[in-house]
Design a protein around this ligand. Structure first.
Ligand code: SAM
Length: 137
């Protein structure tokens, strides 16, 4: 069975080269913009500044056959599913960050770790275990 994805927009970041991208998100990093395609802008209604969102994005030119790869310390080979590496069968990136602003289909967040122009797959409200624990004493 095959799945079909559609991009809902793209991500603007300061990074134009892979080697300039941070290895992961940084809550205090530079402003980045999720630019949502016109036909999906209505889907942003209900989201609010300050709210944490799960951002899903699509990595390109990656190794989709990698099952084991070097960890950051480069000392051992580790299973792909134990890593946040972009090299994976389905090269989907994920980040949870708070919304800074929302303006005419552009959602600003701080500190994404992807190239500028990266395709945006989805935005969802983040449900964090820590947050839900607060409500279930
Ligand atoms: C380690 S991944 C982590 C991504 C995400 N935070 C996650 O956990 O799924 C981040 C790295 O992916 C690579 N990368 C960023 N944007 C990319 C793109 N558009 N295509 C391919 N690789 C990309 C860069 O090397 C960057 O440092």
């Amino acid at each position: 069975m095959k799945a079909t994805l559609q991009f809902i927009g793209h991500i603007d970041t300061p990074y134009t080269a892979i080697e300039d991208c941070p290895n992961n998100v940084d809550l205090n990093g530079p402003l980045c913009q999720l630019v949502v395609h016109e036909e999906f802008i209505n889907g942003l209604s209900g989201l609010l500044p300050g709210q944490k969102i799960l951002i899903l994005y699509w990595f390109e030119n990656t190794d989709r056959n990698a099952t084991k790869q070097e960890s950051n310390n480069g000392e051992e080979l580790i299973g792909t599913f134990a890593l946040r590496s972009p090299h994976r069968p389905n090269p989907i990136g994920a980040a949870v960050l708070p919304i800074e602003t929302i303006d005419h289909g552009v959602v600003s967040v701080k500190g994404l770790d992807c190239l500028t122009g990266t395709h945006l797959l989805d935005i969802k409200p983040a449900i964090l275990q820590e947050d839900s624990n607060k409500n279930t004493k």
